[in-house]
Every structure is written in C-alpha cells, then in structure tokens.
Design a protein around this ligand. Structure first.
Ligand SMILES: [Zn+2]
Ligand SMILES: [Zn+2]
Length: 1023
C-alpha cells in the first residue's frame, strides 16, 4: 500500500466529523487540568512554515498530555490589535500620516481596523484543521473582543492601585510615520543597513581660538546639544591642523592620518583637565540661546550599564557585545569627545540626569524639528541632517563629512528608520518587582534550559515598561484626567465607567477609542475629566492572555481559578523578550507568582539553503503550500524530526518527501498483517512468545515506550519521532519481518498487532491522520481517545536487546564486507568468520541464527581475534594532549582490542574510544571485533543460490498476476533432474500445493551460472 495523504486524511476527517472526535478530545474537565495557553499570532499574517512548526509543537504537547490522561485546555488565540492592523488599513485607505487619520475620522478608521482584524483568524483555523490540530475546533479568543479588553482595564487599574503605573517623560525609540513610541524589545530584531552622514564638527571653546572635535552620525540631534563629554583618564592632545588648534583624544590621532591631514602636537594632557571648560553654542537658534547658562560645558564620562540598545545607535552585534558596564565615552571610535543630547538618547539621558542637565527634545511626533530650532523648523530628520551640515560648512565649523553604511533600527511594522525622542508616556515601574521576577524564574521549567539565562538577562536589563502608544486600534488606556486640576481617575470596568460618566451610556458599549473618547467624567473639583489619548502596547494585550482570554474577573471566575497558572507555553525564540516577558510581568504584578510552569522555545525555520525567509527575497514557504505538497502527517513529521525543536532548522520540501518512504513501510507492515490474516483481528488479542525473535521485539517496543515518553516530556520531539521511525523501518520491518517471514502464524500476527498498536499510539501526537487510519482497522474507536500505552516491565529483557544489537552490528559488518567484495545480499554466502574476544563467543552463539538470516549466510563461525591494529587518532589526541601527544600515541600503539572501552586509562591519561582507531588487517570491523567472509561457491551453494533466485522470481510473478499471499498454486517446472532436489522447500516457499514436472502456462525463466529452469503456474483451489 502506498502512502496517499489525500485519501487517508479525507477518510479520517470524515470519521472525526461523524464521531465528533475533536469535540470529545477537547471537552474540558477541571480535574487533572493541563492549561496549554496558545500565544496569539498576528492575525493578519499568513502562516508560514515557521508558524506550522510552532503550531505543531503545541499540538504535540496537547495530544501527548491528553493521552496521558490530562484534561487539556486547547483554546486558540489571535492577536487582533495594534499597529499591524493599523498599517494594513493605512495602506488600504492610502493614509500617509497620522493626521490623515484624523481627517477621515477615527470612527471610520476604527471600523476599517475591525474589518481587518476579525475574520482573518479563519484562514489560520482552517490550516490548523487541515493539519489535524485540535485547537482548530474551538472558539478562539481575540484580543479585540470586548470582554478581553475589559479584562485589560481591570489589569491597568490593578497596576495603578499597586503604585506601579506612572506617567513620565523619557527618550525612547519613536516611529515618525506611525507616530508612536516603540519599546526596546520591539526594536532589537528590526535592524537594517542604511546610509547615514558621518560628520566631524568643531565646537569653539569660549574665549579661545581653539576647537573641540566631535563626531556624530545624527546631525539632526545637534540643535538639542547641551554638553560635550570626555574620558577623564584618557590622554587628549591639542594639535595644529590647517592653521587651526583642535583638541581630540590622542588615540584618535589616526583619524587625522586616515584623512591625510598634517598635524603638529602642541600639548598633551589627561581628559580631566577639560572638565568644566565652556564652549560656544554650535548653532544660532532659539533653543541654543535659551540653554545659555544651563549648558555648554565639558563633562566627564561616567560608567553606565550599557544597554542592548544604546542611545547612540550602534551596530546590533557590537551593542550586544557591550552589554556590560562601561564608560559612556568610547575611545576606540570617533574623536574621544562626544556630543550629549539627553532628549535623544538613553545613555545621554542618564548622563544628563547625573549632571542635572536639561533634556530638550525639539522633534515633534512626525519627526520634524520644532519652532525652537529656528531656521530648521519643520524639517524632517533627513532634511535637517543636510541643512545642518550646510550650515556648519558655511560657518566653518565642519571639519570633515562623509557617509557611512551602518546597522540602524527600523520600525518593525512600516520599516521607517526610527528616531530617539522624548515623549510623555505611562510606564509600568520595573524596579519594585524586578527581584520578585528573578526569584520566580527559578520556579519555572525552561526548555531548553539555556533560555533561562537569556530570560534573566532580559529581566535584569529591562527598563520601565512604556505601556502606552499614541495610536487608535487597541485597548484604550482607561485613564481620565481632569482638565482643570489634573487629577487622575483609572477605570477598571465598563460598569465603573458608566457609573462615573457625565454622558448617558449603555453599559455594554464597545471598548474602542472612538467610543470612549466621547465619554467624560466629573472631577471632585467640578472640572471635566477626559481620557488620556493613548492605547495600550500590543505586548500588554498578549501579556494578559491567561485571564483576559477567559474574561476574568468579569466572567469564568471559577474556571480561571481552576486553570491558573498556565501549565505550558511554547512559542518562537523571539518571545523570550516579547510574550514570555510580558506574561511574566503581568503575572507577577497581578497574581504575585510566575504565570506559567513550563516555557518552551521553538527555533527559526530557514529556507532550504539556510537563508532567512523573507517576503522581499520571495523565499517564504507558506504553510498552505507546504501542506498541499506534503499532506498533514508528512509535514508534521518532517518538521518535528528535522532537528531539535529549539534549534534553527532548514525547510526543504524535497527532503520532506524522502520521509514518505518510511510511512510506506509502516503501511506495508499493516498490509502484511492484513494479507496473512484469515480473519479480522483486533488490538488486544492474546498471543504467545515463541522464540527470541518474538521476545526481542516485544521487549524493544516496551523499552521504546519508556524512552519516547521521556523524550516527549522533555521536549525532545525530534528524538521521539526519529526513534519511532527507526523502530518501524529497521527493527520491525527489516529485522523482525525478515526473521519470522517463513514462520508466520496466527499468534505471530497478533503479536505484530500488539507492537503496531503501541507504535501507532506513540506516533499519534505527531502524525494524527495516518495513525488513526491504521488504528481504526484494528479497533472500534479513535487512537486519539486512547491512552498512552503502559509499559509491561516484565516483558523487557535488556540483555536480549543488547545481544540483538550486537547481532545487528555484526550483520552490518558482514554486509559491508559483502559490498566491498561485490556479492549481492540476495546470494547466500558459505560462511562468515567472526573474530573477537573470547567472551564474545557465547554472545555470538546466542544470536547466530539471527545473524545468519540478516546476512544471508549458510554458516557462521567464531574465532579469537588476531590481526587487529590499534592506532592513535591523531586528530583528537593532538588537540587533547598537545606536547604529550606523541607519548600517548606510543602507549596507544601497544594496546590490544580488549583494552579499549568507552572510557579507559593508560598511565595517567584518560582516554575515550574515539581517541583510538581500530584497524583490522582483513575483513570489516564492528565494535567488538571484525568479520571475514568465506566466498567459495561449491556445487551445493550454487544450487542454493539458484533456488533462491527461482523463489524470488516465482513470488514476483505471483504478485504481478494478482495472487494473494494466502492463495495456493500448482507449479509447473521443466523436467530437469536437479529441480527435484529442493521440491519440499520450494512447495513451502511459493505456496504450491503440488509441483508438476512438465512446463505448462509458462510465466518465466531463471538462470544462475549454468543452471536454468522455465516455470509456469496456475491458481489451485486446494488449500
Ligand atoms: Zn512605523
Ligand atoms: Zn479636577
């Protein structure tokens, strides 16, 4: 039977629908709960194979836990709020700037957003369904639902009551197109190489004809300059260049050399000598005039914690390396003197706080310079860069200017280069809860373990969380402020807003900015309170999912209390600083403990060449397309086994298809059982264990159940999948079937069903369709309603498993020796001699029949080893022992085979098996010795080989003629004397009720060397 995913999936889906299997599996009961929380993907993206990987991973968890007897919470979720949707709507309505939104009206804009947000989840759910993912069958939570947003209001009120919510002004990344602030974690993954000006500027020292040389790549921040900063302990020099006196760091003199400028050192001194030195404002603009007396001095660099995203934007990689405390002034680049604009950089802001400097940020929401910049007013950042450079050139304050390409952060949604500007936001204070989070991290299980360290780093470095955005589509910030006295009121529910509102409103109003902005409250002072115009960060929306998805505390209170905390979340690795982080923060603030017990992280999926999938390159593999090519089971199986779930994987349809063969082998095993069965057997039938082949297979399957359960439990899904496939292909099909092929009876078929039942159950979480398809052949129910198989420990014989493992190894050595000598596996060989240590003799004796069958031997013999050479593996010991390598090598050369263990000692050297190379003078090696073949073909062997060829050919023809395995034939052979010698064996092997030595019904001919025979047959009614 060949694997045909369409047929199988259609048949199984019909059964599921008819028997309501998904509904039965996902029915939730509170006892023995397993809260699997779906991290909501952005609903307006089309799922690609990376999403398929995460979705499959989560589904494997759910199916496995369900089989273990847990009541799993399978609800899916979708993120429907925030900028991603707004950007789509802007494109559709041709909106260029935020002010355009106000022109068309917020109501209309919101209505369009709603259209985009709701309904897109159907495409996801439909793919989930095709992939056999249980979540597909449940009503999803949408972050744009009213009940969801109301839970968000409740949370914000709690934040406020706990004194963690504050309004503040801080510089932050800002998208001038979206006109909103962005958080650090929204920025770190969206860097691109772009061109920026690289400008060397001369700041004139007050009352002296000397200049401080400063480098910047953001001239547009110069109007906000308040200070210059130098390193107190580094050497600085005053030099004469082009007839002017210029100061810069001594180490940066190479800059002048690079520019081919001749210079003469006049003076050398330490940076501290410059402390307090006053300079003249660089630009003659209102803001700089206003700063006089409060700014324009040289200050000393301080040590600060250099954050992942530095104020002066640097290449991403470099920033990561510098994530430790260091001096603000970095003497390895620029001029060693930096320009400080606390309103445009986080590090500058910190330095400004330290020296109590003003922090102007004269850039508006659109990224245009404001009135205080005089002649530069109204210019966008790029324009301002050019105009400022021209201005400096005219005033002879420009030393040198060029362009550099560097890595720069872009808006993750609209790809506009970001700026750093100060804005007024609501922040969630981190400091009061940071230690508590760090403590709770310990109580969580992190898979793989190393993500815990990454998470700790994120928490340690996290600034206060700017939770507001200056946008429209999202959870409206539920804070009202008095226009008269400035008093604040935070609203925690719709009911509370209705009770406090001046306007008459329905309690079930929609929680939309367009609606709530029309609602006002009355202040104690009799003033009118209006809403603070902001929405909440989308990462807040998803961070509240554990309770907001249930509408807690307004509904499902009991359900939530029985479910919480979440048992497991499993998402992409970018969520370490995204969702996992905001979940944790919300969990700690609101419920005072970690919101989840286990966190798993999935790696990226790259294209088949190992390139990142991206829309612009056009190498994105959509989930739908991969499904169409491969079908659900093959796609799920491939993506599960190709490497560890947490590692980056390459996705190749071609490679995925090669796995199909393994599913064919599984189906062949099923056909094998079916074709030999005289009646319809069911799982659970009694059988007898007749010989070591049976005993071994039953032992192996029981051992495997243990191993695979442990792999699933520890997120080693790739091992689980590979072990199951290896068992099907190698142990069950290649070895067991080969060993028992000639002696199949009812008990053996039932034994095979015992094994098959367990294999199917173990594979069911990964490949839900094909497993149910097979399961239903031998059962009246679905595999997905069955339990994880119990291990029958009394059936495990580890010794026997080891011995058969040895037999496999020896057989592999024999077969590679065959290949070397050019003797095909289908020709029996007279004898193989196994050389090994004395104690191996008994082990080989026990499995000699198995080796004989696996290697197609007439005879096997054991002899004690000789002709073995043990040699040093120089590639390893050279590295390990360096100068003493030769000494170790000499010792290794004296070793005998029996001295070599997995780990062993010679002298004071600890060695491993891989440190030595074992070579045999003849034959092929296995771990305990080597094998040599006796290839002589005598008369008897020649006839045997002929017989095997004849059997093969008759079997093949039987099949081609459409005969069933259990059908009998009457065999007609040419009347040749030698043919009569193997009459009995031939009858048995080809199921001939009799042989007639007279050619009739000719079907074919066989020849080997000088032997040849024509044959024919007809179906016999005789049994
Ligand atoms: Zn943007
Ligand atoms: Zn008031």
């Amino acid at each position: 039977m060949l694997y045909n995913h369409k047929e199988i999936e259609e048949a199984v889906s019909r059964d599921w629908e008819k028997e309501k299997i998904p509904e039965k599996v996902t029915e939730f009961k509170k006892e023995n709960k397993f809260y699997l929380l779906d991290g909501p993907p952005y609903v307006n993206d089309k799922p690609h194979v990376g999403h398929v990987r995460t979705a499959t991973s989560k589904d494997i968890w759910g199916k496995f836990k369900k089989m273990q007897g847990f009541n799993v919470w399978f609800q899916p979720g979708f993120d429907c709020g925030g900028l991603p949707i707004e950007n789509k709507v802007e494109k559709k309505l041709n909106i260029r700037e935020k002010s355009d939104i106000l022109k068309i009206g917020i109501e209309k804009f919101i209505e369009e957003c709603n259209k985009f947000a709701v309904g897109n989840e159907k495409a996801w759910l439909s793919l989930y369904k095709k992939l056999g993912i249980w979540r597909a069958y449940l009503k999803p939570y949408l972050t744009s639902d009213n009940y969801y947003k109301e839970s968000g209001w409740w949370a914000i009120k709690k934040f406020y009551e706990k004194n963690l919510l504050v309004k503040g002004e801080k510089p932050n990344f800002w998208c001038p197109k979206c006109e909103t602030v962005l958080s650090g974690y929204e920025v770190t993954d969206a860097y691109r190489d772009i061109a920026s000006p690289s400008v060397f500027v001369k700041f004139k020292i007050k009352d002296r004809d000397e200049f401080l040389l400063v480098w910047t790549t953001t001239p547009w921040t110069l109007p906000a300059n308040v200070a210059l900063c130098v390193h107190p302990d580094e050497k600085y020099v005053k030099v004469e260049v082009d007839g002017e006196k210029i100061i810069l760091a001594k180490k940066r003199l190479e800059l002048l050399e690079e520019l081919n400028k001749k210079y003469r050192i006049i003076e050398e001194f330490e940076g501290k000598k410059l402390e307090g030195l006053q300079y003249e404002p660089l630009l003659d603009i209102p803001l700089q005039r206003e700063l006089k007396g409060k700014a324009h001095k040289v200050v000393m660099s301080i040590k600060i914690i250099k954050k992942r995203v530095a104020g002066k934007i640097k290449a991403k990689k470099k920033v990561e390396e510098e994530e430790e405390a260091g001096h603000l002034v970095d003497i390895s680049s620029g001029t060693g003197i930096i320009h400080i604009a606390p309103g445009h950089g986080l590090e500058d802001f910190k330095l400004g706080e330290f020296y109590n400097l003003p922090s102007p940020s004269p850039v508006d929401e659109n990224g245009k310079l404001d009135e205080s910049t005089g002649i530069f007013h109204g210019k966008k950042v790029e324009e301002a860069n050019n105009e400022i450079i021209n201005y400096l050139r005219e005033k002879n304050l420009l030393f040198y200017s060029t362009t550099i390409i560097h890595s720069y952060p872009l808006c993750w949604r609209c790809k506009t280069p970001l700026i750093y500007r100060k804005s007024s936001q609501w922040f969630l204070k981190l400091e009061p809860i940071r230690d508590k989070i760090l403590k709770e991290i310990e109580a969580v299980r992190w898979l793989p373990e190393h993500i815990k360290e990454q998470f700790i780093e994120v928490v340690k470095n996290a600034p206060d969380w700017a939770i507001t955005r200056q946008r429209f589509w999202g959870i409206p910030l539920p804070i009202w402020k008095c226009e008269k006295c400035g008093k604040i009121k935070v609203i925690g529910s719709r009911k509370e807003l209705k009770e406090n509102s001046i306007e008459e409103i329905d309690e079930n109003f929609d929680i939309l900015t367009s609606v709530v902005d029309k609602i006002h409250l009355k202040c104690e002072c009799n003033g009118i309170m209006s809403r603070e115009k902001a929405i909440l960060d989308v990462w807040f929306d998803s961070g509240i999912a554990p309770f907001a998805s249930l509408g807690y505390p307004f509904k499902n209170k009991e359900l939530f209390e029985s479910l919480y905390p979440v048992d497991l979340v499993d998402e992409g690795q970018d969520q370490i600083r995204g969702w996992f982080y905001t979940l944790m923060v919300c969990g700690i603030v609101l419920f005072d403990k970690a919101p989840y017990k286990t966190v798993c992280c999935n790696g990226w999926v790259l294209d088949e060449k190992g390139e990142k999938m991206s829309k612009s390159v056009g190498n994105v593999v959509r989930g739908e397309d991969a499904y169409r090519e491969l079908g659900a089971d093959l796609l799920r199986l491939y993506i599960t086994q190709f490497n560890a779930p947490w590692e980056t994987g390459k996705f190749s349809i071609k490679e995925a298809k090669t796995l199909q063969n393994k599913l064919n082998i599984l189906l062949n095993l099923v056909s094998f059982v079916e074709s030999y069965s005289k009646e319809k057997y069911k799982f659970g039938s009694e059988f007898e264990i007749k010989d070591i082949c049976d005993k071994w297979l039953v032992s192996r399957i029981n051992s495997l159940i243990d191993e695979v359960a442990d792999d699933y439990e520890n997120f080693r899904f790739h091992y689980a999948a590979r072990k199951i496939l290896d068992f099907i292909v190698n142990e069950f099909s290649r070895i067991y079937i080969k060993l028992i092929r000639d002696e199949i009876d009812e008990s053996r078929l039932k034994l095979m069903l015992y094994v098959l039942e367990r294999i199917i159950k173990m594979l069911a979480p990964i490949a839900p369709f094909i497993t149910d398809f097979i399961y239903r052949k031998f059962s009246d129910s679905s595999v997905h309603l069955s339990s994880w198989p119990k291990v029958e420990r009394d059936k495990i014989d580890k010794n026997l498993e080891d011995r058969v493992k040895l037999a496999r190894e020896i057989a592999n050595a024999i077969n590679s020796e065959r290949q070397r000598c050019g003797v095909k596996l289908r020709f029996p060989i007279k004898k193989a001699v196994v050389y090994g240590l004395r104690d191996m003799e008994k082990k080989v004796e026990e499995v000699r029949e198995i080796i004989k069958i696996l290697s197609n031997l007439i005879d096997i013999e054991f002899r004690e080893s000789k002709d073995i050479a043990v040699k040093p593996n120089f590639a390893r010991i050279g590295k390990k022992y360096r100068q003493r390598a030769q000494e170790v090598a000499n010792l290794i050369s004296k070793l005998k085979l029996e001295d070599i263990k997995d780990k062993f000692k010679i002298g004071d050297f600890e060695l491993e098996r891989e440190d030595v190379i074992i070579k045999c003078v003849k034959g092929s090696l296995f771990s305990g010795g080597y094998v040599v073949l006796d290839l002589e073909e005598d008369e008897k062997l020649k006839k045997e080989r002929f017989l095997r060829e004849l059997i093969r050919e008759i079997q093949k023809t039987r099949k081609e003629e459409g005969l069933k395995v259990l059908d009998n034939i009457i065999l007609f052979l040419e009347n040749k004397e030698f043919a009569r010698e193997f009459e009995e064996r031939l009858k048995k092997e080809v199921r001939a009720s009799k042989i007639v030595y007279e050619l009739k019904n000719e079907k074919g001919a066989v020849s080997y060397k000088e032997l040849s025979l024509k044959f024919g047959f007809e179906r016999s009614e005789q049994i």
